[in-house]
Ligand binder design. Structure first.
Ligand code: NAP
Length: 488
């Protein structure tokens, strides 16, 4: 969750607890205006939760068959008369057509469940618009963040939080209680001015993933271009060899591990920068710059994308021998060796390199899978803080070290072979080592006892140069006060 999101929707708001003093909601009659997808799912869920449901439709005879038999389907005005709480499951554009019901709606609670098609589509939220059309009613915004599917799929599936806002506390409490009986967790978002924000929530597309996805795409484009120059353009210009066939699999497969490896190191780099900042300023109470804060908050997504690229790399590598080009090259090599009458082609060093390279690659992927699985909310919630931190921090760092071994065994002595410098460009793996090796080195330095101790003290609240008031008894028995530095 990004910093901006953390400030906005859920954490800062109060989860409404059940209040024993309120009369039980189950058993009361709830009205639903509209007979579309949302109205149907809502009616089913309300009936299953023990409410009596009366649906108001413009055409009750035609729509009655779509609802459970326990729900009464009648004309809009009839439905409104039978209840005090009415869910308006109608699109905003049609609110004005409900104005005929203004007289029978006086004093009732209207729950606005509507969504928009665009973020900040109109100045005035749908709920505020509904309230302006029916000033004699109390409008509560809510339930728009749950879909018709979530309503039907039961309490254990889908999003459980229902965000609620209204200018009337009592009405908000009534709707919150209904939500609770239906198996949802009501979240108090304050007064009606929050309605626009609540209406925007279902329209946001992966807000926490934007930066990590752009980062992964940026890295992919850079490494892909670099590999393209080395693997395709260089042989074409220097030897007039057409190697375009390598683009879909070989070039992509040399790019994916670069992205996965660098992304994994970017999960741990902000922690290193944060520790450097704490050591430099000698305090943990100084705010990190915004970019570092954002980076720290996106580590989970960056890690998951790293795992995604690593998993794709594993699948691509697994499929390498299936390619026609590979088979032709294999036969060509065999024929050449037969012609040259070469019998022993076994190169001990290459055999060992490959065995170690594949083995550490598999271990690294295994550890990354573990990190990815434990970052899922349902798994993370079952771990205590120490277990979570051990897996994400210690095992994650071990995964970075093993990935570095995987990269080094892949490169082996290539960095020292001048034929590998195409257009004077070093092999790609040497570039990828830069950030991860910096992170590993920094972590090793932070683990030196003198630095580790200082860092631990800072993280427990110690501050450099902070002055502490002290009070000393004087020779006469009176007390004199002064100041001293806490780190003296
Ligand atoms: P829908 O299937 O198109 O149903 C809308 C209903 O509005 C119609 O069945 C109709 O029922 C009623 N209506 C009343 N006056 C109308 C008029 N003048 N013209 C047309 N219809 C009129 O839409 P929906 O998917 O149920 O969505 C209803 C509301 O729920 C919308 O505001 C939507 O943003 C919100 N919502 C939907 C979902 C979802 O998953 N579908 C999720 C969250 C929020 P009668 O013909 O019986 O009067």
């Amino acid at each position: 969750m990004s910093g901006r999101d953390m400030a906005k929707p859920l954490l800062g708001h109060q989860i409404i607890e059940g209040d024993a003093s309120i009369t039980p909601a189950a058993g009361r009659t709830i009205g639903v205006l509209g007979s579309g997808d949302f109205a149907r799912s809502l009616a089913i869920r309300l009936v299953c939760s023990g409410f009596k449901v009366v649906v108001g439709s413009r055409n009750p005879r035609r729509k009655a068959g779509l609802f459970p038999s326990a729900a009464e389907v009648t004309l809009q005005a009839e439905a409104v008369k039978k209840t005090d709480v009415i869910f308006v499951a109608v699109f905003r554009e049609h609110y004005s057509t409900l104005c005929d019901l203004a007289d029978v709606l006086v004093g009732k609670i209207l729950v606005d469940v509507s969504n928009n098609t665009e973020i900040n589509h109109r100045k005035e939220s749908n709920a505020e618009y509904l309230a302006s059309l029916f000033p004699a009613c109390t409008v509560v915004k809510g339930f728009n963040v749950v879909s018709a599917w979530t309503l039907q799929s039961g309490a254990r599936d889908g999003n459980k939080q229902v965000l609620i806002c209204s200018n009337n506390q009592e009405a908000k409490r009534t709707v919150a209680e209904i939500a609770q009986v239906m198996g949802f967790t009501p979240v108090d978002m304050g007064c009606m001015s929050s309605a626009s924000e609540i209406e925007n929530i279902p329209l946001r597309l992966l807000p926490a993933w934007k930066i990590p996805i752009f980062l992964a795409l940026g890295l992919f484009i850079c490494f892909f271009t670099y590999n393209l120059i080395r693997q395709i353009i260089h042989p074409y210009i220097r030897e007039q060899k057409n190697k375009l066939y390598k683009i879909p699999i070989e070039v992509v497969n040399t790019t994916l591990p670069c992205v996965a490896y660098v992304m994994l190191s970017l999960v741990y780099l902000p922690g290193v920068l944060a520790a450097c900042s704490q050591l430099y300023y000698g305090t943990k109470y100084r705010r990190f710059p915004d970019w570092l804060d954002q980076w720290l908050q996106h580590r989970k997504q960056i890690g998951l994308l790293s795992f995604f690229c690593a998993a794709l790399h594993a699948v691509y590598s697994f499929c390498l021998p299936m390619r026609r080009s590979h088979r032709y090259q294999l036969i060509e090599t065999a024929v050449k060796q037969a012609v040259e009458k070469k019998m022993n082609i076994w190169v001990e060093e290459e055999v060992w390199r490959m065995e170690i390279y594949i083995s550490v690659g598999i271990i690294a992927l295994g550890l990354l899978s573990l990190l990815a699985i434990t970052s899922l909310p349902s798994i993370a919630n079952s771990l205590n803080w120490r277990e979570f931190s051990f897996i994400q921090s210690t095992l994650g760092f071990i995964a970075l070290v093993i990935s570095t071994l995987h990269t080094l065994t892949y490169g082996w002595s290539r960095a020292f072979d001048e034929n590998q410098y195409k257009f004077y460009l070093p092999p790609t793996y040497t570039l990828t080592l830069l950030v991860p090796c910096t992170v590993i080195l920094a972590k090793v330095i932070f683990n030196l006892p003198c630095i580790q101790q200082r860092l631990q003290r800072i993280r427990r609240g110690w501050e450099k140069g902070r002055y502490v008031k002290f009070v000393l008894p004087s020779a006469t028995g009176e007390y004199s006060s002064g100041e001293t530095s806490s780190n003296v």
